[in-house]
Design a protein around this ligand. Structure first.
Ligand code: ZN
Length: 453
């Protein structure tokens, strides 16, 4: 299947997005796409100071030339983040002019347009300026509300018009971040396979295949991505867009994220900065992704066919014990009840745990082979990140290995979804895995702390 066929197939599983056009010089397509989807409506180009210069002005001119009475809204601040006040600003601008947004920018501008448009009961056209995140085509917007980043439910854009020339010219570190966000789908897929084996979140075939069947191909040219070659950038952007379509098909982010992303959520929630700057979503996710690849490496070295299921079930804690553990673990965290709420939702009793462990014990060889086939070894993922210029060590985002180690038990309890760490706790191998990853000779050997330079 070529890219065109893949996209056509992918659009058939996407519930919100109907048009996805991608190619060099494609900003020229914005007026006809807008006209076909919003007959009789007028566009409002929403940009920031930078993206206005990069492509916004051009799109504005094209829309004017096509006869649209076009408005412009530029975020007034040079430094801004996905915050509620900007959603309100965009919403006011759209409401006052009765227009439809043409989102000209990266993930933040897109999320602002996504949520404000949804508040007004309308859709919008997305014109991405960087292959930096998978959020363009995803269901939901990630916005900080009263200082806490949250994902608000809202439909993906009805149309995405991706100009590869514009996207390829984005700052290299934005592209590297997008590459890492796409690579995260590798271990995230492995963890979805675990939830599927447990039966808690069965794999949804159309959401799985649209992305996972082509994911390795779309990650296969890190040199091209690093060099900003249009064909490599197009593959990367296609992968990010397919991730969003998979999320639309599943109506959840399960196809695109698991524990890999929870390290990033932790850093967001604790307002982590490095050299005075918040670190991009993709850069944070890079470290979570590498960490989960390392965990899978160590996990696949073990033999679960010899589990003593009776003893493990006997040792399995009660819900009350787990709630107590969660409260202690999150005691000093910004949201002290988070772990408690999560474990209350995802706790399973001894009979479920017995069934899951017996399944793993009986099918270990095939399950292990399937995880090995899905999840890249740590060494391979690290090499890919080095080539594209994404972080390949936690020090690159200002996190020490011991800080990373301290996050691990929290990530197990930050989302109700079943993950590899849940399985490790059931199988009595959790401490061994942590020791293997952070101990002598491990991927994040604590005694070999790296200094960033
Ligand atoms: Zn992501």
């Amino acid at each position: 299947m070529n890219s065109k066929e893949r996209i056509a197939k992918a659009l058939s599983v996407a519930s919100d997005t109907r048009v996805f056009e991608m190619g060099e010089g494609f900003v020229s397509k914005v007026p006809e796409v807008f006209a076909s989807l919003f007959p009789g409506r007028m566009p409002l180009v929403v940009a920031d100071i930078n993206t206005w210069r990069v492509a916004g002005q051009k799109v504005y001119q094209l829309l004017l030339e096509a006869g649209f009475e076009t408005g412009v809204f530029i975020i007034p601040d040079r430094e801004f983040h996905a915050e509620w006040k900007y959603v309100m600003m965009v919403e006011e601008a759209l409401k006052a002019s009765g227009t439809v947004a043409v989102a000209l920018g990266s993930g933040v501008i897109n999320d602002l347009c996504k949520l404000s448009s949804s508040h007004l009961g309308q859709s919008y056209v997305c014109v991405p300026t960087a292959a930096s995140v998978d959020g363009y085509s995803s269901f939901g917007a990630s916005i900080a509300y009263e200082g806490v980043k949250q994902t608000f439910d809202c439909p993906a854009p009805v149309a995405i018009v991706a100009d590869v020339s514009v996207i390829a010219a984005a700052p290299k570190e934005m592209t590297a971040a997008g590459y890492a966000d796409l690579a995260a789908k590798i271990p995230a897929g492995g963890e979805w396979m675990i939830a599927d084996a447990f039966g808690t979140e069965p794999i949804i075939p159309e959401a799985w295949h649209v992305l996972q069947d082509v994911l390795s191909d779309l990650l296969a040219d890190p040199e091209g991505v690093s060099a900003g070659e249009p064909s490599a950038i197009a593959s990367l952007f296609e992968g990010l867009t397919l991730s969003g379509f998979a999320m639309q098909a599943a109506r959840s982010s399960r196809p695109a994220s698991c524990t890999d992303h929870l390290f990033s959520h932790y850093l967001d929630m604790t307002h982590h900065t490095y050299r005075g700057k918040l670190q991009s979503h993709g850069f944070q996710v890079a470290i979570g992704t590498l960490t989960m690849c390392a965990f899978f490496d160590e996990f696949c070295k073990l033999d679960l066919s010899t589990l003593d299921v009776d003893a493990l079930v006997k040792a399995w804690p009660t819900l009350e014990q787990e709630q107590k553990r969660a409260l202690a673990l999150f005691e000093d965290f910004v949201d002290p009840k988070l772990g408690y709420d999560v474990i209350t939702k995802k706790y399973q009793g001894p009979e479920d745990v017995r069934r899951e462990l017996e399944y793993y014990k009986a099918h270990w060889a095939e399950l292990r082979d399937a995880y090995r086939a899905q999840v890249y070894p740590f060494s391979k993922m690290k090499r890919l990140f080095e080539i594209v210029g994404a972080p390949s060590d936690p020090s690159h985002i200002g996190v020490t290995r011991s800080q990373l180690k301290a996050m691990v038990p929290k990530t197990q309890l930050m989302r109700w979804r079943i993950n590899l760490l849940d399985l490790a706790l059931r199988a009595g191998i959790y401490d061994r895995l942590v020791e293997a990853v952070f101990g002598p000779g491990g991927a994040w050997d604590l005694s070999k702390e790296v200094k960033d330079n």
